[in-house]
Design a protein around this ligand. Structure first.
Ligand SMILES: Cc1ncc(COP(=O)(O)O)c(C=O)c1O
Length: 366
């Protein structure tokens, strides 16, 4: 028999995002566990979303609007762009995967950061695109001059997460602007702003305001984080019309379900809920950072809804000690083998993380 799949497909492994909280708490000994692994919105969705979902449920025997018209119009108005400059995805994850397949191939080259969002490497590997992973700086900020140095004649695609995952850090406005100007015009830059809503540092700026600096710029946004719709899978790209047309041609039909479209519209209509979310995250992020520092740990300056903590011991050991006590956080893995990524939860959940982490570290201390 011929090999079942091409070698680059054979090398792929399934992503393991961990068991959902609902499943975990049913396991013996895990009742009441706190799961802060996936950077979800701890407040849950807006009540507007719940009503919109109930109304949309009556239509689930119909296919959704494949052009996503109502949501497209709303987002176009929100961002001051044309509707033809927006492409939708089944979560922004699917747009990352689509960008890799649409804009690059095996004879091209792509650049990502390490560490950065794992989906970039996976999508590029699935598309068989040779990829260079450029190390971030020691302080876990992007090194954009190293990215420029990694550019080759075949370079076609760059993925930047801003703010970053798992780093939580951001790229300053002037640095990003300089990079977008300097990079060869051929290269498609994808700036992934999944956590952009949480960024409040004075030097943070969305790349949506930098679209005049280069033609080939794609900005990704998601409803999974600040808008609390992770389970419904809605993300979008703001990109030049030609790029949007190609992305749409690559999409599977009906990629954003009717309930998901209705929920996203409803989430956009509840500005008060968004504000409550952003205030909670900003307040708890500051509190968590200070408390972790008081434990003697170093914490990356977060612009996201999670914190990245450097540990004095192996993350595997601390992660396991927390897990045993029903506190589940994320282990980012290499090159961050001494770090934990902790999503910001509700105040009582964050208190529990702090308490259990202090105890685990005390128990593990020599
Ligand atoms: C940086 C970054 N981009 C994109 C995503 C994907 O989000 P979604 O597919 O839910 O829109 C995530 C999810 O955690 C992320 O951390």
């Amino acid at each position: 028999l011929k090999p079942l799949v091409a070698p680059h497909i054979a090398a792929l492994r399934p992503d393991d995002p961990g068991k959902p909280a609902a499943e975990l708490v049913r396991e013996p000994g895990m009742r009441g566990a706190v799961r802060l692994t996936s950077n979800e919105n701890p407040l849950g969705p807006s009540p507007h979303v719940l009503s919109a979902l109930a109304a949309a449920a009556a239509d689930v025997h119909r296919y959704a609007d494949n052009d996503v018209r109502a949501l497209r119009e709303r987002l176009a108005a929100l961002h001051g762009v044309d509707g033809a400059e927006i492409a939708f995805g089944h979560g922004s994850n699917s747009l990352i995967e689509l960008c890799a397949r649409t804009f690059a191939g095996p004879s091209d080259h792509a650049i990502i950061g390490t560490p950065s969002f794992s989906c970039y490497a996976a999508s590029l590997a699935a598309a068989n695109v040779p990829t260079t992973a450029v190390a971030l700086r020691d302080d876990l900020f992007w090194d954009l001059s190293a990215v420029l140095e990694a550019v080759r004649p075949e370079t076609k695609l760059v993925f930047l997460d801003n703010p970053g995952n798992p780093t939580s850090t951001h790229i300053a406005r002037a640095e990003l602007q300089g990079f977008l100007r300097e990079l060869e015009a051929d290269v498609v830059v994808v700036v992934d702003e999944a956590y952009g809503d949480f960024a409040d540092h004075e030097s943070y700026a969305s790349a949506l305001g930098m679209r005049e600096l280069r033609e080939r710029l794609i900005v990704l946004r998601t409803f999974s984080k600040a808008y609390a719709l992770a389970g419904l899978r809605v993300g979008y790209a703001v990109a030049p019309r030609a790029a949007v047309a190609h992305l749409r041609a690559m999409q599977v039909p009906f990629h954003v379900s009717g309930p998901a479209q209705a929920a996203a519209l409803a989430a956009l209509s509840d500005r008060a809920h968004l504000q409550r979310t952003l205030e909670l995250i900003a307040r708890e992020r500051q509190r968590m950072t200070a408390a972790l520092q008081q434990l003697g740990l170093s914490v990356a300056p977060s612009q996201t809804n999670f914190v990245l903590v450097a540990l004095p011991a192996s993350a595997e050991v601390v992660h396991a000690a927390l897990f045993e006590r029903g506190v589940i956080v994320q282990r980012p893995g290499p090159p961050l083998s001494r770090h934990l990524r902790i999503s910001i939860g509700l105040p009582h959940e964050n208190d529990r993380v702090l308490r259990e982490l202090a105890e685990a570290l005390a128990r593990l201390a020599p």
